[in-house]
Design a protein around this ligand. Structure first.
Ligand code: SF4
Length: 85
């Protein structure tokens, strides 16, 4: 699977990548994630869409910064990396 954008809460996945999801029912379209991690998120209308599961600190920062905790980042084993509880 490549890095094609997906909509809603569908994950972006590949063997070496993290699993990044956006809960479209929670997202309020603030755009904070796209500003914090433009390689990982883009706004599609008023909903953020995950773009890439490449591991990096910006993806974690975006998940921590989302005001409604709509973003979840998991590693290859399924462990939640962000947001922290
Ligand atoms: S930061 Fe959260 S609420 Fe704002 S656009 Fe991104 S996912 Fe949606």
């Amino acid at each position: 699977m490549g890095d094609k954008p997906v909509t809603g809460d569908k994950p972006v996945t590949s063997e070496d990548h993290w699993r990044i999801t956006v809960d479209a029912t929670r997202c309020i379209g603030s755009g904070i994630c796209a500003g914090t991690a433009p390689r990982h998120f883009a706004l599609d209308g008023s909903v953020s869409v995950p773009l890439s599961g490449d591991p990096d600190e910006a993806a974690l920062d975006a998940a921590e910064s989302c005001p409604v905790e709509a973003i979840e980042v998991r590693d290859q084993s399924g462990r939640v990396l962000a947001p922290s509880l």
